[in-house]
Design a protein around this ligand. Structure first.
Ligand SMILES: [Zn+2]
Length: 129
């Protein structure tokens, strides 16, 4: 119900003019949308990639284990030379793992080489222990 500003009559909600004096009634305030049953939760879109089957994963890992060909294969699949997103993800994981191992092995090799060089250049090195 609204009051007419002109004559003070209580006008019905749906009237656009006062029934007594005919003065235009102020427009209704924008009605809040009727709350539907419960809050709206958007269904989370599935972002996960369906995993490869166990057999396919095993076969892929076996392929990757081949010394040089496997590395090239994982490199190729990491950069999208496969239409299977799960395979690409597996290849990327493998590639990261391979690179980490390569860094560790390289660091170890450098450390051993330095130790060896130090041992060779310092005759007192052996007495240090
Ligand atoms: Zn009125």
């Amino acid at each position: 119900m609204r009051y007419c500003k002109n004559c003070g009559l209580l006008a019905p909600q749906d009237a656009d003019r006062c029934p007594q004096c005919g003065a235009p009634l102020p427009p209704l305030p924008a009605q809040a949308p009727v709350a539907s049953s419960g809050p709206h939760y958007h269904e989370p879109k599935p972002t996960g990639v369906p995993a490869l089957s166990e057999g396919a994963t095993l076969a892929t890992l076996l392929l990757f284990s081949i010394p040089i060909a496997g590395f090239i294969l994982s490199l190729a699949w990491s950069f999208g030379f496969t239409h299977n997103p799960a395979r690409r993800r597996l290849a990327q994981a493998w590639l990261i793992r391979t690179l980490i191992i390569a860094v560790i092995v390289t660091a170890l090799a450098i450390w051993l080489a330095l130790m060896f060089a130090a041992a060779m250049s310092n005759p007192y090195y052996y007495y240090a222990f």
